[in-house]
Design a protein around this ligand. Sequence first.
Ligand code: 5GP
Length: 112
Amino acid sequence: MSDNIFLKIVNKELPADIVYEDDIAIAFNDISPQAPTHILIIPKKEITKLTDSTSNDTELLGHLLFVAKKITDDLKIENYRVVINNGSEAGQTVFHLHLHVLAGRTFGWPPG
Ligand code: 5GP
């Protein structure tokens, strides 16, 4: 069994509060939300981080962003932030590509 926790969520080996799913992607609430809305969108395909994606993943990467648009549309959220932490120094702790969608509070810039 893989020790990739997000792949376990994809394979329904670990429970998650799933808010969206299709053949390519799955989205679920973050277990430790950093904003009133904090959703993670991940590809079902195993990609460790954005750096490890290839030109074959162009459509998949666009799809993940479109899922962010679709979910926020459905939730009627107009102000939100989409974040990808790529690599441990950028804050990545789970090494399966994911988009954070954060909303429901004011965000500062630059990010910490
Ligand atoms: P990263 O730091 O890699 O950009 O983001 C990983 C995110 O995954 C964190 O916000 C963390 O709270 C979330 N997370 C870690 N383990 C789990 C889990 O088992 N279930 C859910 N739903 N979220 C998780």
